[in-house]
Design a protein around this ligand. Structure first.
Ligand SMILES: Nc1c(NC[C@H](O)[C@H](O)[C@H](O)CO)[nH]c(=O)[nH]c1=O
Ligand SMILES: CC(=O)[C@@H](O)COP(=O)(O)O
Length: 170
């Protein structure tokens, strides 16, 4: 379903675990700052609305989306957090650079989820133009930061449920 058919900010609060005992990291790219600040605002508000304590939200900034992977890795290695939200906004320019930044960032964040035991949520907009980014960071299609925060809470809550571990069957 395309984002245009689903508001990114809509969720059923009754289905969201209380996040009062969780600590969250948020790594924010400085590129397209007006967009990433909007995404951060949406994420922060959703975390607080669902019980997160303000002191349990740790924010780090990195230069661009390509640096999100390293920033999230260092946060995993040095901070006790239950989940991390990686926030970025990549907007198509004149060249193929967009493709490389988006691809590398998506793969890097995916790799962190495979290599470590802290969920890293992909809150990176990859838009054709600024208007699409505006629409998805608090505009007519809602806020992907809100969506990412809800995902982060759900994934943090998962940790308590997976006690069975991998018994080797695949
Ligand atoms: N064009 C965008 C970038 N480019 C910068 C890279 O992310 C990176 O910081 C640079 O290549 C140095 O390693 N980043 C974004 O987040 N959004 C863009 O639209
Ligand atoms: C995503 C990018 O790196 C891009 O915005 C850079 O613009 P350009 O492709 O015109 O150099």
């Amino acid at each position: 379903m395309a984002t245009s058919n689903k508001n990114l900010s809509e969720y059923d609060k009754a289905t969201i675990p209380n996040a009062k005992d969780f600590r969250f990291g948020i790594v924010v790219s400085e590129w397209n700052e007006t967009i990433t600040e909007g995404l951060f605002k949406g994420a922060e508000e959703a975390l607080l609305e669902n019980g997160t304590l303000a002191e349990n939200i740790i924010r780090w900034d990195v230069p661009g989306s390509f640096e999100l992977t390293y920033g999230c890795k260092r946060m995993i290695q040095t901070q006790k957090v239950d989940a991390i939200i990686a926030i970025g906004s990549v907007i198509q320019g004149e060249t193929k650079h967009f493709d490389f930044v988006c691809g590398a960032t998506a793969q890097g964040i995916k790799d962190l989820n495979v290599l470590h035991n802290v969920p890293v949520i992909f809150c990176v907009l990859t838009d054709n133009n600024m208007q699409q980014a505006i629409d998805r960071s608090g505009g007519k299609h809602g806020n992907k930061g809100t969506e990412a925060a809800i995902a982060a809470i759900k994934m943090a809550a998962l940790k308590g449920k997976d006690k069975g571990g991998d018994i080797g069957y695949h």
